[in-house]
Design a protein around this ligand. Sequence first.
Ligand code: KIV
Length: 272
Amino acid sequence: MSVAKKDYKRVTTKSLIEMKANGEKIAMLTAYDYTMAKIVDSAGIDVILVGDSASNVMAGHETTLPITLDQMIYHASSVVRAIERALVVVDLPFGSYQSDPKEALRSSIRIMKESGGHAVKLEGGKEIKDSIKKILNAGIPVMGHLGLTPQSIYKFGTYTVRAKEDEEADKLMDDAKLLESLGCFALVLEKIPAHLAEKVAKSISIPVIGIGAGGGVDGQVLVIHDMLGMNNEFSPRFLRRYMDLYDGMKTAIGQYVTDVKSADFPNAHEQY
Ligand code: KIV
C-alpha cells in the first residue's frame, strides 16, 4: 500500500499521532552518540530512541540494569546536539522511576533539562500508572513500553516471546488502553505475537511501535548496532541486518594494521 508521506520539517509527538491517523508507518532507531545520531537523523528517521540498550551495546553489560541516569543524560545530550528533524525519546533507566512518582518526575525533569531530549520512555503498565500521571502533569511527553520489558529480565528469567498465554495477553491489552487513557503519545511493544500487537494497534489511537511484534503495528524500532550488523552475537528472528559492519570494520582495521606495519601508510601524499 502506498501512502502519501507528509514532509515534517521537525517531528513532534503530534506528528506521530497524525502519521498513524494517515496510515504512514513510523521509523524509529536507537542512537547513543553525536556522530551516529547525525547520520540517523539525516537519513530521515522519525524518532531516535536513546535507549537504555546503551548499557549493552555501548558499555558491554549483559543487561540494561546497570546504566545510570547520569550516563543516559550524557548519551542523550550527545544525540540532541546532532539532530535537526527527529523526535528524541530518552529511556528512564532502571532505578530512576520505580520507587515513587516523585522520583520518576525528578528523573524525567533531569533528562529534559540536562539533555534537551523531547520525551521519556518507561517500561510497564498499571503498576507505574501514578508515575506516568505525575510526569505527564508536568508537561513531559511519555512513551510507554510493554511486552518484553528488559528492565524486568530477572523477574521473567528469559528473553523469550511474551504474552503468548491469554492471561498475559489480556493484561497487556488492558495496560495499552490504560497508557492511552493516561495520555501517553505512543507505545513500544517488544517481542509479542504479531496477531496480539496488531489487535492492540487497532484498539488504540496512539501509535504502536513494534520490535519483534510483526508488521501490523504503526511503526518499527531496532537497535542501530544490531541492524547495521556491528554486533554479530545477536541474531533474533525479528532482526533484519542491513549491513555487515562487524566484518567490514574488522577488515578495514586489519588493513590499516597491515599498512602501518609495512610502512605503506602514510605515503608521500599523506604527509606535510
Ligand atoms: O533500550 C532500547 O533500545 C529499547 C528498544 C529495544 C525499544 O527500549
